[in-house]
Design a protein around this ligand. Structure first.
Ligand code: SF4
Length: 81
């Protein structure tokens, strides 16, 4: 379960985030949805570098969320940066 208080520090503000404590750096999200996710040079885990805006983009980011094997991608806590 992603925890918005454990957002990766490089995560840009917005509704999607990666919980840096949960991420196991499996590479899936940043290989399959590189327009939103990127590998951190600091710790190898993923973070959101660009928030999706359109409905199609949000659907793609939600696919990555669903496919994360450890549920490290969160959505909907946009008030916490
Ligand atoms: S899919 Fe999940 S575990 Fe894999 S790199 Fe992305 S956030 Fe980390």
């Amino acid at each position: 379960m992603p925890d918005p208080t454990q957002r990766h520090p490089e995560n840009v503000h917005g509704q999607f985030y990666v919980d840096s404590e949960e991420c196991i750096a499996c590479t899936r999200c940043f290989e399959e949805a590189s327009e939103f996710f990127r590998e951190s040079e600091e710790d190898g885990s993923a973070f959101v570098h660009t928030q999706p805006k359109t409905a199609d983009e949000i659907a793609r980011a939600e696919e990555a969320l669903d496919e994360c094997p450890v549920e490290a991608i969160g959505q909907g806590e946009s008030s916490i940066s």
